[in-house]
Design a protein around this ligand. Structure first.
Ligand SMILES: Nc1ncnc2c1ncn2[C@@H]1O[C@H](COP(=O)(O)OP(=O)(O)OP(=O)(O)O)[C@@H](O)[C@H]1O
Ligand SMILES: [Mg+2]
Length: 248
C-alpha cells in the first residue's frame, strides 16, 4: 500500500511489543491507520490500550517492532537517528502526557527550545505570540515549578506550536485543564486545522474534547476498535462506555 497524497501520516500493520517471553506486552497489534492532511483526529480507549504508544510511533519518537510509518511522504522505518531527529524538528510538534518542560528554564525559554535546537532564529515576538495564544502572555518569565499543572500543559502546547508543525501530536492536552481553558485549547487546535491546514492527532479521555475532532478512533488492547466521524459528545461517551464494559 503506498501513501495517498492526501495523507499526512500512514501506519501499516504497526506492532509494538515490550519485553519478551511470558512477560511480553503487546502495546500495539497490527494497527493500520491513515490521518488525512488537514484533519483533526481524536484517539480514545481505556488506560493501557496503546494510545501513547500509537502517538509516539506515528511521530517517530518510538520505533515499531514491525510494520511501517510514513510521515509527510517519508518512510520512517530504516531512517537513522539523525535523519529522524531532523524530520521531527522540521515537521512535527508533540505535546507529551507528562509535560516534559525543562525545570531550569523559564516559560519563554522552554517555548524557544525547539527553534534553538533546530539552529533557527528565535524571534522574541513569536515566542510571546505562542504564549499569548495559550493565555500565558503574562507568565513568560516563570519557571515550571512556579506554574500550575494546567499552565505547564499550556507552555508545552505553546512549545509545540512555535515551529508551526505540519503535524501536531498531543497526548491528553486538556487533561490537566479546567473546562474553560480546555475549551480554549481545543479551539486553538481546531483553528490550526481549519485555518492553517495543519494535521492534529490528539489522545483524550474526554468525550466533549473528542467531539471537537473530525474523527474519533477507538483503541482496545492495542487494536483499532472502530471509529466515529462527526459524532457528538453523547455518541462518543456511549461508545466509550460500551468499550470499557466489554469483557476482556
Ligand atoms: N516502556 C514500556 N515497557 C513495558 N511496557 C510498556 C512500556 N510502555 C508502555 N507499556 C505497556 O504498553 C501498554 C500500552 O501503554 P500506553 O502508554 O500506550 O497506554 P495508554 O493507552 O496511553 O494508557 P493511558 O490512558 O493510561 O495513558 C500498557 O500495557 C503499558 O503497560
Ligand atoms: Mg497514555
Amino acid at each position: 500500500m503506498s501513501q495517498r497524497d492526501g495523507d499526512a501520516i500512514t501506519l501499516r500493520r504497526v506492532s509494538r511489543r515490550y519485553g519478551s517471553g511470558g512477560g511480553a506486552v503487546s502495546a500495539l497489534d497490527e494497527v493500520s491507520l491513515a490521518f488525512p492532511r488537514g484533519s483533526f483526529t481524536a484517539v480514545m480507549g481505556p488506560s493501557g490500550s496503546g494510545k501513547s504508544t500509537l502517538l509516539q510511533c506515528a511521530a517517530g519518537l518510538d520505533r515499531p517492532t514491525s510494520g511501517s510509518v510514513t510521515l509527510g511522504g517519508t518512510e520512517l522505518t530504516g531512517l537513522g537517528e539523525r535523519r529522524l531527529t531532523l524530520l521531527r524538528r522540521e515537521r512535527v510538534g508533540f505535546v507529551f502526557q507528562a509535560f516534559n518542560l525543562l525545570p531550569a528554564l523559564t516559560a519563554e525559554q522552554n517555548v524557544a527550545l525547539p527553534l534553538r535546537l533546530a539552529g533557527r532564529r528565535v524571534p522574541r515576538a513569536r515566542i510571546r505570540e505562542a504564549l499569548h495564544q495559550v493565555g500565558l502572555g503574562d507568565r513568560a518569565r516563570h519557571r515550571p515549578a512556579e506554574l500550575s499543572g494546567g499552565q505547564q500543559q499550556r507552555v508545552a502546547l505553546a512549545r509545540a506550536l512555535v515551529t508551526r508543525p505540519e503535524v501536531l501530536f498531543a497526548d491528553e492536552p486538556t487533561g490537566a485543564l479546567d473546562s474553560r481553558t480546555g475549551h480554549e485549547v481545543l479551539t486553538l487546535l481546531r483553528g490550526m486545522v481549519d485555518r492553517e491546514g495543519q494535521t492534529v492527532v490528539m489522545v483524550t479521555h474526554d468525550p466533549v474534547a473528542a467531539s471537537r475532532a473530525d474523527r474519533v478512533v477507538f483503541l482496545v488492547d492495542g487494536r483499532v476498535h472502530g471509529e466515529l466521524t462527526g459524532a457528538g459528545a453523547d455518541t462518543v461517551a456511549a461508545r466509550m462506555a460500551g468499550l470499557e464494559a466489554a469483557p476482556c
